[in-house]
Design a protein around this ligand. Sequence first.
Ligand code: EPU
Length: 420
Amino acid sequence: MDSLLIKGGKPLHGVVDISGAKNAVLPIMAATLLTPERCVIRNVPDLADVGMMERILTSMGASVQRDGGTLTVQASRISDKADYDLVRKMRGSICVLGPLLGRLHRATVSMPGGCVIGVRPIDLHLKGMRALGAEVKTMAGYVRVKSRRLVGAPVFLGGRAGPTVLGTANVMMAAVLAEGQTIIESAACEPEVTDLAKFLNAMGAKIAGAGGPTITITGVKQLHGAEHEVIPDRIEAATYAIAGVATRGEVTLRGARIEHLTAVIDKLRDMGVKVEGHAGGITFKRGRSLRPVDITTLPYPGFPTDVQAQMMTLLTLIPGISIITERIFEARFSHAAELLRLGADLAIEGPSAIIKGGSPLSGAPVMASDLRASAALVIAGLVAKGITQVNRIYHLDRGYEKIDAKLHGLGASVSRVAGS
Ligand code: EPU
């Protein structure tokens, strides 16, 4: 597998264009299954996960065409079964369940397993489907849902760690074609959910309240084709902002939305980073000295779990003690051991990481088996003395469009090495 060779020590400077959001485009692609008519999605990032979702839609009978950042999908006739091997490779593909139930009243999708960041159950997704009248069975590695009629209902989607993002998306996509009204309480408020609701409304759905904790969906008989432009990726944006600060540089994010980054910007300002929004984007500049901070990951608008790893790298560089508490996923610290390998001083105590910042990092071969952990290691490599080889960058390609080219454009010394 490919790896990324990084020669550390160069401050990042310049402007980076932020791509369309991975976690918005995946459910939006799944939503195209709700209509036999043609849908056009713009600002689609070129990512391995998007390619995987294209294959899943194609395997179900949809025609999918890509022209640059524009994806045209037509799901004239579709099967109610998603390919086992394709679905189990990407957890995000569970969001085909809701549209299939909504349109066909039945679906068979492989049960997504846990992954390196946690157990990741789908009980809340299934609770929502049952509330709408579906019968749910899990057997032989599959989840099967079916219903003669789908009827709107009140659904409470709060779980152990708060609301569920893809669970909210799934229930919303099933409910748009149900009879009557569905009210989702404790809905996820993430901008990706709002973006999906916008697309569904453009298709003729009646959804109100997305972006808040109560979403009201009034079922309609059918949906039609629509066009949509995907929001910019707030996690990619935060990653480049942190990389800029960590390397003592100055980075401007072009196309990022400041209102989606409030919690991250607030923490960076607490640390002493200067953040300025302007017509050309958002610029992040390191102050003279940075202060340690404590961070707890929370559902939106709280600090995103998807930025926790990158922030950990930054905090290892700041003298003093910082504490990061991970409240969304129970095992999302796989980057910590690799940061130790680079010379960081930190310890994990239950859901918290205690970081004694200020030790110098020095390059080494590292590997992470999840996307954001890999991003954290890239940032560490950009700062570390000497050469860092980040192995298995397959994970980065799942969620960061052209990361080597973008970092190169900001002045980093990075090269991709083809692996076996
Ligand atoms: N949960 C349950 N039951 C459920 C569903 C979730 O207990 O039925 C728990 C999870 O185990 C977790 C918490 O609820 O503790 C939140 O999980 P959520 O369902 O919100 O996560 P997700 O929808 O599966 C999406 C993103 C993740 C991101 C999380 C949280 C996509 C494709 N994935 O996952 O993105 O971390 O929301 O914001 O949208 C990433 O991009 O690197 C990534 C992992």
